[in-house]
Design a protein around this ligand. Structure first.
Ligand code: 5AD
Ligand code: SF4
Length: 436
């Protein structure tokens, strides 16, 4: 979500005559896009913003803007703590950035733009393809979240759910595909709620939207993120049976394997319901790759609760997982819960979880050995060993040698020979197999 916001800000400024600089010391303006999902991210943002003070002292004309969730949340407080910042803007204000730059240049006074409106609409916007990999793009379909998981700051920083108009989304996808993009990821904090905020007569459900996007001629791969398991409908599962270009990957954050913790988190599903969703997805698409998010050390999490999370991971066998130590994020509700798990215990539980997940990932990779997969090329491997690198439909990184020359977005069929730590190794497949 933040990456997409950064792209939008960059494009808006370029349209207004600014040029992207790779050199912080000589830049005329600096924009820091921040994330506040966990305490660590916020501390990192503050320490970087603090380090810009020297630059401002050397060049008083430098414009410093801070965007994103930390800016939204801190507003005036940030201005007091970091007086060298000129513009503080929340996620709903990014579209005004060129105007805010102009205002600061003209009036030479600080601006705070953090208003959040229920009537906010995401402007229609045709993205440029000037930066980044040319073959894949994110398309925002909605902003904000109404779920209020008790640990989460997002509903406070990004506001209530606002869906983009379906016609704008389709126009953006068509424009991207016509410009050479082959893979699209639809983005939202909770994509299954897409359309719920729209008037009944104009409402499109997420599965319907997915079908319409998938039907855009020339779109080779379609992905989406993120889904709350409580809203995963049979209609969405059916999309995996029907849509050839829908990738075989589902990110389904579980957060905990204990019903008591899930209740305290206000996730509104049980472990049993979650497992039924996993079974439904695997029935619809036996080849589906599942990934998840886990929080360890939520207030009140006992050793038995943590063990329940470990048991769940053994049952699901995720291809990979993002795992975090619980972090208290005011004004999220869990800040009022007694933090019963010491930091040592959190560190220990995180290590236990991550070590086991690493093993399961390795075992899952082994299961791919011998299979022929279709890989979408991204470029040469970062390992610098002359290998090409691409991604499978499951979103796994696959590296292989080939005498051919590829452009990003090209497809190649390869046979998996080995599972490495974070990727698969493969060799060229002579018989090209379709649709693996
Ligand atoms: N502490 C730790 N992890 C968190 N996440 C969200 N809020 C917190 C928090 N307060 C994690 C969740 C979510 C992911 C994006 O970040 O696992 O799915
Ligand atoms: Fe946060 Fe829960 Fe919304 Fe995800 S669904 S953004 S964890 S409140």
């Amino acid at each position: 979500m933040n990456t997409r916001d950064s792209e939008i800000m960059l494009q808006l400024l370029e349209q207004n005559g600014y040029l992207l600089s790779n050199d912080l010391a000589s830049a005329e303006a600096v924009i820091v896009n921040t994330c506040s999902i966990r305490g660590k991210a916020e501390q990192k943002a503050y320490s970087f913003i603090g380090s810009l003070r020297r630059l401002k002292e050397d060049n008083p004309d430098l414009i410093i803007a801070v965007a994103g969730c930390v800016a939204q949340q801190e507003g005036q407080k940030m201005k007091v703590r970091m007086p060298h910042v000129d513009i503080i803007l929340g996620p709903q204000s990014i579209y005004q950035l060129p105007d805010l730059f102009q205002q600061v240049a003209n009036e030479r006074k600080g601006i705070i733009s953090t208003t959040q409106s229920k009537d906010f609409t995401i402007p229609s916007f045709l993205p440029s393809l000037k930066h980044g990999l040319p073959h894949k793009r994110f398309v925002t379909i909605m902003q904000g979240c109404n779920n209020y998981c008790t640990y989460c700051i997002v509903p406070y920083t990004r506001g209530q759910e606002v869906s983009r108009r379906r016609s704008d989304i389709l126009a953006e996808v068509r424009h991207l595909v016509a410009s050479g993009v082959r893979e699209i990821t639809l983005l939202g904090q909770n994509v299954n709620s897409y359309g719920n905020d729209q008037p009944q007569e104009e409402r499109t459900s997420f599965p319907e939207l997915l079908r319409q996007v998938a039907a855009v001629p020339g779109l080779v791969r379609l992905r989406f993120t993120t889904s709350n398991p409580k809203d995963l409908s049979p209609a969405l599962m059916a999309c995996f049976q029907d849509l050839d270009n829908l990738c075989h990957h589902f990110h389904l954050p579980v957060q905990s394997g204990s019903n008591a913790v899930l209740r305290a988190m206000n996730r509104r599903y049980t472990v049993e319901e979650y497992m039924a969703q996993v079974a439904g997805l695997r029935q619809a698409c036996p080849d589906i790759s599942l990934t998840t998010d886990i929080i360890v050390g939520f207030p009140g999490e006992t050793a038995a609760d943590f063990q329940a999370t470990m048991d769940l991971m053994e049952k699901v066998r995720y291809d990979s997982a993002f795992s975090f130590k619980y972090s208290s994020r005011p004004p999220a509700k869990s800040c009022d819960f007694e933090d019963t798990v010491s930091d040592e215990e959190k560190v220990e539980r995180l290590a236990i979880f991550q070590n086991r997940q690493r093993e399961i990932t390795g075992e899952r990779y082994q299961e791919f050995v011998g299979r022929t997969l279709e890989v979408m090329i991204e470029g040469m491997s970062k390992m610098g060993n002359g290998q090409w690198s691409g991604r499978s439909s499951h979103n796994l990184i696959v590296n292989f040698h080939s005498p051919a020359s590829y452009s990003p977005g090209d497809l190649e069929h390869v046979t998996i020979t080995e599972g490495c730590l974070n990727s698969l190794r493969a060799e060229l497949n002579k018989e090209k197999v379709k649709n693996d």
